[in-house]
Write a protein of this length. Sequence first.
Length: 174
Amino acid sequence: MSPAPRSDQPAVPQSGPMDTPLAAPDRLLVSWDDLDRLVAELADRVGDGWDVILVIARGGLVPAGMLAYRLGIRQILVAGVEYYDDAGGTLAAPVFHGFPAAELLRDRHALVVDEVWETGSTMAAVAARIRDAGGTATTAVLHWKPDRSRVAGQPDHYVETTDRWVVYPYKPGG
């Protein structure tokens, strides 16, 4: 059972074209070998100089761990954020279930990692919280869906663009 949403962030699924991605016939299945290649390419693109990786759970946990090994980063923080339900629907806004204390981010350059930027809403909310804590945020994802983004801008670093529903090997159906 998931925790109850905070009253200021309702957990009512919103209707829209992204509410049925699992029913979509056009899916991109990513193998473990594909994932390793994508993370290696992302590591090359982001380079070094990061104080910390801040991973967005759940989807970003595996890629961020792999990326941390490639970049030699041991300082890893986790933001527990819910925006999609298990059926692929979205909530009205990202719901934070956990976020690092401000003193862990103040004056730090954070590489924010997630597996995919679909609407960009989760990444934008996390980056804003990092800035509010006095840190800087640089975003990195494996896949960017530019036609589905609902926020201004784009990821600072990404490996591939797609319009398909991406199924990673560590997720159900992968």
